[in-house]
Design a protein around this ligand. Structure first.
Ligand code: BMA
Length: 362
């Protein structure tokens, strides 16, 4: 597949600046240029969720005094992942720790440390259900999005949740990070999902969030990532797109699941669908002058010892995808890992993947 050429990158960088008086050197401009330079030169940055906070069978405990040098990815490959994801779930309650028990103080410190080392940070957010009091996965009401939009009975209360999330982002200071709210909305497992609100309501939710962060709070250094779940058609991918003004990265989440026909077939199926998704996203990225990214992926427990080199890499290698992020290595949930760790059976395979010239680690 032909690579995306430089003019697309220049068009985006230009579009991201507000006028001739503004030099293209804001933290956001630099991050956009960095991501485009990988995509345009056929490099793919590798990312891992929560990588500095914990890993398989360990976690940072005394975070204030910890230099945050431990990483499962580094233990296997000698380098940190270039992209690191963290989740803001429970920030809406002004909690000390996120939904997975990671202190927000640690998340802030780890994000800033990673940026200081030269890495890229992305935030997702699994906020609770403000109507039912349940979590992000509580889909018992299809009135939640409607209720939090302007005019809805929970709007004022939800603005406080937005304020708390924005306060956290603001506390990072003058750095640029990727923000990826309202993800996997084309599926129906979160209260903001496909069957839980209309397309108009979803778009309004995304825009309301953007307007609050960017216009009300002046948080102009965020790169906004839109990330439906795969598979999709170009039409279903764009069905709830909030608009070019509100999005910087066309992302997608897509995981492999092992079916009854076994590992080999599920790997082949996953890779085939992923290639199809990336082909469509490449076209959409060119049309809308946006970066593309595989914002979440993985195979839980990685039962295939050759998954990185024989499934993931062949599926992504022909695409100008800026980064690919695998989900977290839980320290407290047996078998819930998506990245490598020292001693796991696919260690050599991950090492080979990380050593590829095309794959960027830190
Ligand atoms: C999910 C799982 C959960 C976790 C959530 C948010 O995919 O990993 O255990 O709470 O992401 O990080």
């Amino acid at each position: 597949m032909k690579k995306m050429l430089l003019p697309a990158a220049l068009a985006v960088i230009t579009a991201c600046s507000t006028g001739p008086e503004k030099p293209m050197d804001t933290p956001k401009d630099k991050l956009v240029q960095q991501l485009f330079s990988w995509a345009d030169s056929s490099h793919i940055a590798y990312g891992h969720q929560d990588d500095l906070a914990y890993g398989h069978a360990w976690q940072v405990t005394d975070w204030e005094n910890d230099s945050l040098e431990r990483s499962d990815v580094k233990a296997v490959s000698g380098r940190y992942p270039m992209v690191m994801g963290f989740d803001l779930g429970d920030i809406e309650h002004a909690a000390d720790k996120n939904l997975d028990g990671v202190p927000f103080g640690l998340i802030r410190k780890a994000a800033l440390k990673h940026i200081e080392r030269g890495g890229v940070v992305t935030f997702s957010w699994h906020p609770d259900n403000i109507v039912t009091g349940g979590d992000a996965w509580d889909i018992s009401s299809d009135q939640v999005v409607k209720a939090i939009l302007p005019g809805g009975e929970k709007h004022a209360e939800f603005r406080v949740w937005l304020q708390r999330a924005a306060d956290f982002i603001e506390s990072l200071g003058e750095v640029s990070v990727i923000f990826r709210p309202w993800h996997e909305h084309s599926a129906s497992w979160f209260w903001w999902g496909q069957d839980l609100c209309t397309a108009d309501e979803y778009r309004e939710l995304f825009r309301m969030t953007w307007l609050y962060f960017v216009k009300e709070r002046g948080l102009t250094n965020l790169l906004w990532c839109y990330s439906p779940n795969g598979p999709f058609t170009p039409e279903s991918y764009m069905e709830r797109y909030p608009g070019d003004e509100f999005v910087d990265i066309l992302g997608a989440d897509f995981y492999e699941f092992v079916g009854p026909d076994g590992l080999q077939e599920s790997g082949a199926r996953f890779a085939g669908v992923l290639r199809d998704m990336l082909t469509k996203m490449t076209v959409l990225g060119q049309e809308h002058h946006k970066l593309i990214a595989l914002s979440e992926t993985g195979l839980e427990g990685i039962p295939d010892a050759n998954w990185w080199m024989q499934v993931l890499y062949p599926a992504i290698k022909d695409y100008s995808v800026s980064y690919v992020l695998t989900w977290r290595n839980a320290h407290d949930r047996a078998g819930h890992f998506y990245g490598p760790w020292e001693g796991y059976p696919g260690e050599a395979d991950f090492k080979a993947f990380a050593q590829l010239e095309q794959i960027v680690l830190l």
